[in-house]
Design a protein around this ligand. Structure first.
Ligand code: MF3
Ligand code: CO
Ligand code: CO
Length: 291
């Protein structure tokens, strides 16, 4: 995938711009909160899209960034969010098929508020979900956070990718290579590209004021992907599936580099809490040894 707006220098956001990005990030996360009770067996992804669209436009007065989005070589994206079910890796287009018990679905929402983008996604397990599906979803969540906790001034993008790849592969899963995280701000997709694999100490050095997404796509089987031509339908121009039809999961946050480390911008009341390894430091009860 080649997004637009690449080849530009990495934007360093100022204080007022960061405030605007905090608002956009919170609104993007609140759309996902709103959808949590909606996602259940029988609901269609088109209905999920409709509910989110209505909330963004009428309640938040925000703009769904994906609706009509048409990077070079792509048809205009026709919906206000992406719904990627089971073996769909990313960019699934909402349709009239009802979700069924045991499906896993990624919902990816990007809002524009006052000209600034907040981009995030979560996994939802429909009904019960197999042990294997739940483990993939959980490991992918933790892999995203393994990348987030690397974010601080002086760290490099390769540190993030390496942490994600190491964690996912140790669990027996694979990392999709063709799609990556990205700078986000006044544009949907900006520099830098944030790979979810790589070597520590390589690539761009992080500087306070950078904002980018971390959004690993992790497959239960092989890492290879393909355009979705299931059912011999003409390609919709967007939907990507695993080549081996294994399950795929993804989580996404928009993250600011701060003077002391990182700040996750896509947070709201319903955000899933970070894993213990992201919150526990030395001297906290979680790590304290009893005397
Ligand atoms: N939100 C996706 C991302 O995280 C991009 C979706 S573009 C769309 O980068 F056109 F497919 F919606
Ligand atoms: Co993104
Ligand atoms: Co996204």
């Amino acid at each position: 995938m080649r997004w637009d707006n690449l080849g530009m220098p990495i934007a360093i956001k100022s204080g007022a711009e960061i405030d605007a990005m905090r608002l956009a990030g919170r609104l993007a996360s609140e759309v996902l909160d709103l959808l949590t009770p909606v996602i259940a067996p029988g609901v269609t992804t088109r209905e999920i899209d409709r509910i989110a669209h209505e909330h963004m436009v009428n309640v938040q007065k925000s703009v769904p960034a994906t609706l009509g989005y048409a990077p070079p070589g792509y048809p205009a994206y026709p919906a206000s969010l992406c719904t990627s079910v089971n073996e769909v890796v990313c960019h699934g287009i909402p349709d009239d098929r009802p979700l069924k018990n045991g499906d896993i679905v990624n919902v990816d929402v990007t809002v524009i508020k006052d000209g600034w983008h907040g981009d995030n996604s979560r996994m939802y397990i429909v009904g019960e979900g197999s042990i294997a599906a739940r483990r993939l979803v959980q490991v992918t969540f933790e892999a995203m956070w393994k990348g987030i906790v690397k974010v601080r001034p002086g760290a490099r993008l390769g540190d993030i990718g390496h942490a994600i790849q190491t964690y996912a592969e140790a669990a027996g899963f694979s990392v999709v290579r063709e799609f990556c995280g990205h700078g986000v701000g006044a544009r949907f997709h900006e520099e830098p590209q944030v790979l979810h694999y790589g070597r520590p100490g390589t690539l761009e050095e992080l500087v306070p004021g950078m904002i980018f997404t971390i959004e690993p796509m992790i497959n239960a089987g092989r890492r290879d992907i393909k355009e979705d031509r299931r059912g011999n339908r003409p390609y919709d121009g967007w939907t990507i599936v695993t080549r081996d039809r294994s399950l795929s999961a993804q989580w996404e946050h928009s993250v600011l580099v701060t003077d002391g480390g990182y700040e996750v911008l896509t947070v709201s009341a319903g955000s899933p809490p970070p894993p213990v390894f992201a919150t526990a430091g030395f001297g906290t009860p979680a790590l304290a040894l009893s005397a």
